[in-house]
Design a protein. Structure first.
Length: 307
């Protein structure tokens, strides 16, 4: 394996990073149901003071053919080229508590070298504990709190917050690997996988970002401002509820999901809030059809508002 230090460059501000901070991580790329990670990271970077302390080598880690950068075409010339970034920040929460924040694109290449590089930074700054967030679409209703599956070695958080604990194989992302390596070292680490209503998987669901912030606060003690997100979520849910009331098929879907969710949370013998009466997950085609109908309703409503 190549030298991990080849993948990143420290800035002058790295010298001022206090020792023993929490490390929070959210990377986009593989999956981000409800725009949870994208909203979570954008909200932190737009509401909190922060400075870059390390930048990773985009050319080495990113597959540009799979995730092409955006450039603006201004009538007859190109402008505003913004390549993707992967950076480590020193940030401060609402009451001034410092923490480290790793965010940007998920690397397409050199996972082992990238993981080793992050572990170098963990050692350099004597990180007290690592927390990361991820989100996947699941057959759950938007009318109930977003559930979380918790991984890592924080037994207190797993016991108190993890609502679904499956035995299953999953398609890994790079933060799974990093959590695995941190656990091998005995370092404190926790991962939150948010279970987002599948029919909202391709939308920006503000409640997803709120759950990510609340979960992160639970593992770090950091305080984040959430008023703007809460207001956005109230407006978003009101629009969804209005569409559900006016669409019997969608209302039936949500009602069925509510029944399964409530039965599961009350200790029903149902194995999971995600399955039907026969214990089967909805098919990909069924989920796609439900989502397509939902998005068609949204487009129709938006077109009507525009006219």
């Amino acid at each position: 394996m190549s030298d991990p230090e080849e993948l990143y460059e420290l800035t002058a501000d790295a010298a001022g990073v206090p020792q023993g901070l929490h490390l929070i991580m959210g990377l986009t790329g593989f999956a981000d149901a409800g725009g949870a990670v994208a909203q979570f990271t954008d909200y932190l970077l737009t509401t909190l003071d922060h400075t870059v302390v390390a930048s990773f080598d985009t050319d080495t880690l990113l597959d540009y053919r799979a995730r092409r950068p955006i450039i603006y075409f201004d009538q007859d010339h190109l402008t505003n080229y913004q390549p993707p970034t992967l950076q480590l920040y020193l940030a401060r929460d609402e009451i001034g508590q410092p923490f480290l924040f790793l965010t940007g694109f998920e690397p397409d290449f050199r996972w082992e070298q990238f993981t080793a590089a992050v572990l170098q930074l963990v050692d350099r700054f004597t990180v007290a504990g690592a927390t990361w967030v991820h989100a996947i679409p699941m057959p759950v209703p938007h009318t109930r709190p977003i559930g979380v599956t918790v991984s890592g070695n924080r037994s207190d958080l797993i016991e108190n917050r993890s609502v679904w604990r499956p035995h299953t194989q999953v398609a890994a992302n790079v933060l799974h690997l990093l959590e695995f390596r941190l656990q091998e070292r005995g370092a404190s680490t926790v991962g939150y996988v948010l279970l987002i209503p599948h029919y909202l998987g391709d939308t920006e669901f503000p409640a997803a970002a709120l759950t990510a912030l609340e979960s992160t606060s639970a593992s770090t003690g950091l305080i984040f401002p959430t008023d703007r997100l809460r207001e956005a979520n109230r407006e978003f849910v009101a629009r969804i509820d209005d569409q559900v009331r006016n669409n019997p098929e969608l209302a039936k879907l949500v009602g069925t999901l509510e029944q399964r969710y409530d039965a599961y949370m009350e200790g029903s013998p149902l194995r999971s809030p995600l399955t039907d009466e026969d214990g089967e997950l909805p098919s990909a085609d069924e989920i796609a059809a439900e989502l397509e109908n939902f998005l068609a309703l949204r487009r129709s409503r938006d077109d009507g508002a525009a006219s």
